[in-house]
Design a protein around this ligand. Structure first.
Ligand code: 9MR
Ligand code: 9MR
Length: 870
């Protein structure tokens, strides 16, 4: 606990007057142990909750008020019949130690603090007797210990009183001896693989840490131990990011599916892995399911995601919670309150930040939007309704859109209402007035919530996401889509009127998400508005932006909450739009050029990630940057069908799943050895056994050479960039969960699952034209021709394409047309079922056009296979 000044001086007095030296064991009393002698106990002030303290024979341990309290039954025979302790205490023979603790017990009992061997024969190294009464008293003793033991136990023996006791401890400290040896992570076998596995037709690379400078022989072994492939590794010298001397192994040519493969080199056997075309199928849902677990303002249903994740709704104003239903501004910044309930908690904290919520919602929407434009996404069946475990399943809306909507509704609530100063701008964030401790369930957060002033960045972020919402929701919920569309336009106008309102750095109780360059946000918003509405003014704005032609794909992360220009570029490349053909081609070429650069980076890294190896690149959330670069590679594949880009995206995730210096998968529940103690107030199992670990599919922030939290700063000081990570809940700078990281993972997981076994990309067997023969204010007339360019006849056909927005087919001829969402499927009639080689079919439709852009689709498939569209 944090002591106030008055209590500190009382305790100092107590310490001076109540010292009675009764040391046992070596028992020699010494006057002085320097105050800065090494502390041998962990969490002695219980500021981090209960862990790593254990107990036996007592009631549950409780650290809620900053002390450790429990109930001890009366009538136990011996002192040692009930205990509270911690293991792993390092003792050095002959060294001096000072043990101190605050203790109280009601009605009162003898307490014995024992430093001992934690198992039989329970050798005692030192013991201290104290008498605990209703008043807290400080006990301090100095002694030496007779033996070395790097793993001794400190235990408070609290049994033996006739009556039941309420006993509390605080500020337990054991100073002296030697400092803990430098932290050396357990990195397991030196052969580093993707512990989840490899796609049969995909790249298969591994890295071996070795002092050898000559190529090594490697063997791929089946689960039964048989050698199924072998070869020679490639020496790569010293890897900058890890500081390790390494060699790489390429076993891509082995394509036979199986489980339990291992790779052997230099006498080391890798963790086991699979070769399978369905490796990542569940990752798509796991990574998306994270968002439901992060929801604010709704009770989390254990029947949907597991009983351990069930919890009451957070921040609806049920005491002690102050609620997000009527949140006032930070004093002095505005004079109203807003209902800003809902959305997702940002990360391990309970804050809700528009720029980060926005980019996360965008990536979920984009995961869905890709199903309309990418041939391998198969029209989105795997992302349809009832594919996730959400309360909205079965509502005929794709679940990934339902999940994104939970956040978008919150983002819309953050917009300044008409009639208020800065109307149309968007509040930057809402969070607790002061930082809270861990663990803390959302419904138990007692802090006042505060709305922070609007910013231009948040306003443009909402403009972009709401514009995207307007086009994607149009076929499912016209009213919601219209609300998104008008909020987007209002926000964009407000940002233009207030182009330089910046959120400050610093502050308490929440993250800053500060940004003083919003030129990229202006570009992104203009792009999304243009893609949705097709209006000339937005096109003029985006083409005038320096980001339309500048180099926007940074090596250390193509995009992120602070840098969003690349999002505009990616969407102009993939979402059909009316840019002049030459400009569209240039935009697309810029994406593939960026992907080429990421491929070059990947080849230069011995761990095979598309990311530079310098400390400056390993920043807070580095894993999300690796994934976002993989998204650029994946998009380049979607645009070009060039398998080198797909291979790059697939190989990039090897790094996430264990092909790295720490031999660690950063995704909970995925891989042999995976992160599970991410910083989170909700998933705080490490601190409270009653709290769950993060759900499977939660991505950790990842190595961060800047080490901005005190735990990592102390433990990992001097680390090489790829080693600057620890799977401990205290390390928020390296090991937090966050919505913008999981949204990146979800996008790439969906892409990976779509690749199946990653077989060779088939040649195209059809060509198609989509001719708008006429259009009028609220409708259009289109004729589609599909030609069989293959060498065998097509017998029975389904032609699929998707509208960009709110278009609806009302009549058709020469085919039977169905529309689901924005996706149109045309099926043959009996007379035109066969398309001979070289032959074609033509069908037509009349559609209603609403208020949104109506470009021709770029993707038309024949029986699921893409046609060349001209
Ligand atoms: O829990 C907070 C985490 O979500 C943030 O990323 C991080 C940086 O803003 O701060 C964490 O909160 C800590 C705070 O900054 C300092 N006091 C301890 C808090 C909990 O570890
Ligand atoms: O992801 C954010 C990272 O880019 C910043 O460097 C860091 C410090 O400002 O903050 C990160 O975001 C945290 C936010 O401030 C508070 N909630 C948790 C976020 C993830 O750690």
């Amino acid at each position: 606990m944090i002591l106030n000044r008055r209590r500190r001086s009382q305790l100092a007095l107590l310490a001076a007057t109540t010292l009675v030296l009764t040391g046992a064991g070596a028992g020699v009393a010494h006057a002085e142990v320097p105050p800065d002698a090494p502390e041998q106990l962990r969490n002695g002030d219980f500021s981090e909750g209960v862990s790593p303290w254990f107990s036996y024979g007592t009631g549950a341990l409780d650290a809620a008020d900053g002390r450790l309290c429990t109930t001890v039954p009366g009538g136990l025979a011996n002192p040692w019949d009930a205990g509270i302790g911690q293991d792993g205490v390092r003792l050095t023979a002959g060294a001096e130690y000072r043990l101190g603790f605050d203790v109280s017990a009601t009605p009162g009992t003898a307490v014995k603090a024992v430093l001992q061997l934690g198992s039989a024969p329970y050798t005692t190294y030192a013991s201290v007797d104290a008498t605990a009464g209703a008043q807290t008293q400080r006990v301090e003793r100095t002694f030496t210990v007779p033996d070395d033991n790097p793993n001794a136990q400190l235990v408070f023996q609290v049994g033996g009183a006739p009556a039941e006791q309420r006993l509390c401890l605080d500020d337990v400290s054991l100073r002296g001896g030697e400092p803990a040896p430098p932290y050396v992570p357990d990195t397991g076998p030196r052969v580093r693989v993707n512990q989840v596995g490899y796609l049969p037709g995909g790249p298969k690379n591994a890295t071996v840490v070795t002092e050898a400078t000559e190529p090594l022989t490697w063997q791929l072994r089946s689960a039964g131990g048989a050698v199924v492939a072998s070869g020679r590794s490639t020496p790569r010298g010293v890897d900058a990011a890890s500081g390790q001397r390494v060699q790489t192994i390429d076993f891509s040519s082995h394509r036979i599916p199986g489980t339990g493969y291992t790779l052997v080199a230099d006498g080391e056997t890798s963790h086991p892995f699979d070769i399978s075309g369905t490796l990542y199928d569940r990752l798509r849902a796991d990574s998306l399911q994270f968002f439901y677990a992060q929801r604010s303002g709704i009770a989390i249903d254990g029947d949907l995601i597991g009983a351990e994740y069930a919890r009451p709704a957070g921040h609806l104003g049920v005491a002690p919670n102050q609620g997000d239903t009527e949140v006032p501004c930070v004093p002095g910044t505005c004079d109203y309150s807003l209902d800003v309930r809902g959305g997702w908690y940002d990360a391990g904290d309970h804050g809700k930040y528009v720029v980060n919520g926005g980019i996360a919602a965008y990536q979920l929407l984009s995961t869905f939007e890709r199903t309309k434009t990418a041939e391998s996404a198969d029209g989105g069946a795997a992302l349809g309704d009832a594919t996730l475990r959400l309360p909205e399943r079965g509502n005929r809306v794709p679940d990934v859109l339902d999940e994104a909507r939970w956040e978008i509704e919150f983002l819309l609530r953050m917009q300044v209402p008409a009639g208020r100063p800065l109307a149309g701008m968007v509040h930057h964030k809402i969070h607790d007035r002061a930082w809270t401790g861990l663990p803390l369930a959302p419904q138990d957060d007692p802090q006042p919530r505060e709305l922070h002033p609007p910013s231009t960045a948040a306003t443009l972020n909402l403009a972009a996401v709401a514009a995207q919402c307007a086009r994607l929701f149009a076929p499912y919920d016209a009213a919601f889509a219209a609300r998104c569309g008008s909020a987007a336009k209002t926000a964009y106008a407000a940002a233009r009127a207030h182009p330089a309102v910046y959120a400050p750095a610093g502050g308490a109780g929440g993250g800053p998400y500060d940004d003083t360059d919003v030129t990229d946000e202006f570009y992104w918003a203009a792009v999304e508005l243009y893609l949705t509405f097709g209006e000339q003014r937005h096109r003029d704005d985006l083409t005038a932006s320096p980001h339309h032609t500048g180099d926007v794909f940074a090596p250390g992360g193509a995009f992120g909450w602070q840098a969003v220009a690349a999002l505009g570029r990616l969407d102009l490349a993939t979402v059909p739009n009316g840019l002049p053909a030459a400009d569209r081609a240039r935009v697309r070429a810029s994406v593939t050029a960026a992907a080429d650069a990421y491929l070059a980076a990947l080849r230069a890294q011995a761990y095979g990630l598309p990311f530079p190896g310098d400390a400056a690149s390993y920043v807070w959330g580095s894993n999300s940057n690796v994934v976002n670069n993989a998204i650029v590679l994946a998009t380049a594949f979607d645009l070009t069908r060039d398998a080198r880009y797909r291979d790059g995206a697939v190989q990039a995730v090897d790094y996430l799943f264990g092909r790295n210096a720490l031999n660690m998968s950063y995704v909970t529940g995925w891989g042999e050895r995976h992160a599970r103690n991410q910083h989170s107030r909700i998933f705080a199992h490490q601190l409270d056994p009653a709290s769950p670990n993060p759900p499977a599919g939660s991505l950790a922030g990842g190595p961060n050479a800047a080490l901005q939290d005190p735990y990592a700063a102390q433990l990992l000081k001097g680390c090489r960039p790829m080693f600057c990570y620890v799977d401990d809940i205290n390390s928020y700078a390296t090991n937090e969960v966050a919505i913008n990281w999981n949204s990146a993972l979800a996008w790439v997981a969906s892409f990976l699952a779509d690749q199946g076994p990653a077989d060779a990309v088939p040649a195209r067997g059809c060509s198609a034209t989509y001719d708008v023969h006429g259009s009028w204010p609220d409708g259009f007339n289109t004729q589609v021709t599909v030609r069989n360019t293959g060498s065998s006849a097509v017998n029975g056909w389904a032609v699929r394409f998707a509208f960009t927005g709110d278009q609806r087919v009302t009549r058709s001829w020469s085919a039977r047309l169905d529309q689901s969402g924005a996706t149109v499927t045309a099926r043959n009639l009996s007379y035109n079922a066969t398309i001979a080689p070289g032959g074609s079919v033509t069908f037509g439709l009349i559609g209603t056009a609403g208020a949104l852009a109506n470009p021709s689709p770029d993707l038309i498939t024949l029986n699921g296979a893409p046609c060349t569209v001209s």
